[in-house]
Design a protein around this ligand. Structure first.
Ligand code: AMP
Length: 124
């Protein structure tokens, strides 16, 4: 059981399949550590997901067990995606759901990047 309390990593989860190229995605960035692509059901004018290339169930799992180079590489990719999309000035929001109460649907760690309008208060 990973540290998040979620089940063990499922290599058939949808983001693992996207990483392997078995499912399509609208990619905006890819490097050694991370892949970023548009969410299939956007909840803001711009809604991008950034995922690590490694097999981690959740943010808890990733931050407890990933090598430091992967953690640094992942977060640099998140920042680069936002910068390259021109979001630093208007601003953007990062969000990661972990586990049941947060409503995490896909058991591969991912960060949501929302932007494109004033986003209001943190929890809708
Ligand atoms: P979460 O609830 O934090 O686990 O978020 C999972 C996100 O993955 C949701 O916003 C979904 O819309 C998104 N999603 C699910 N399947 C796909 C897919 N095939 N391509 C892109 N985004 C997806």
């Amino acid at each position: 059981m990973p540290v998040s309390g979620l089940p063990p990593y499922d290599p058939q989860n949808v983001f693992a399949r996207i990483l392997r190229g078995e499912l399509p995605s609208k990619r905006v960035h890819e490097d050694e550590f991370a892949l970023a692509f548009h969410d299939i059901a956007p909840q803001a004018p711009l809604h991008v997901l950034v995922i690590p290339k490694g097999a981690y169930v959740s943010a808890a799992d990733f931050h407890a067990t990933a090598p430091e180079a992967e953690i640094a590489g992942f977060w640099r990719a998140v920042a680069k995606v936002a910068k390259d999309l021109g979001l630093e000035q208007p601003g953007y929001r990062l969000l990661a759901n972990v586990g049941h109460d947060a409503g995490q649907e896909v058991p591969h760690f991912h960060v949501h990047l929302f932007a494109g309008k004033p986003l209001g208060r943190m929890l809708g």
